[in-house]
Write a protein that binds this ligand. Sequence first.
Ligand code: HPA
Ligand code: MG
Length: 225
Amino acid sequence: MTTDMADDQRKEPGVVIDDGWPGYNLELFNYPEHYHGDLECVYVPHGVIMNRIECLARDILEDLEHQDMILLCVLKGGYKFCSDLVESIKAQSRSANRILTTRVEFIRLKSYLNDQSTEDLHIIGPEDLSMLKGKNVLIVEAIVDTGKTMRALQQHVESFQPKLVKVAGLLVKRLPHGMVTLPDYVGFVIPNRFVVGYALDYNEYFRDLNHICVISETGKLKYKV
Ligand code: HPA
Ligand code: MG
């Protein structure tokens, strides 16, 4: 019984945030003064993000039978998620007395200008991911929307012949046409809104905001290029 229930619970794709979710009033939270007026609401508070990451780390450890893993951090947006995820994985494996080595590698992608996808995906280094050969690889992405980037990246990684490839996405956007494949580990499924903070940017701004927030029209205009 207990195991069936656990299996059912694992089928949830992540914490689902409904289309009608208005977010929290900004006045109830602490955030940098230089962004006053540039945000509409706090969508996912930092503490909630951190707790959810602990659960993803637990799930990853449960699935991982092997003793080493390489986390492939998708920059720049994934740096905070990757860093907090790896710390949580290490802490939980230590307290379970498990031997696990973690190594972090980085890959850089760029595809957004203002709040629009530019369609073409650029993988900007490193050229050589041969260290992935024969390894357990976890691709760590802050946000997955169309899934196109995720699939392109998976293929790119597969070409280096790793032993296993899994994907962790902190946020997955619910798009009108839906996504065929979800990441293996999903933090939150969110409505199709442009969000910033926790390393997610709008033209390089807002990465220094800890909460995930919705940008205001004023903010979009102020930082438009
Ligand atoms: N925010 C920031 N970067 C993004 C988003 C978003 O909502 N979607 C894709 N890249
Ligand atoms: Mg960006």
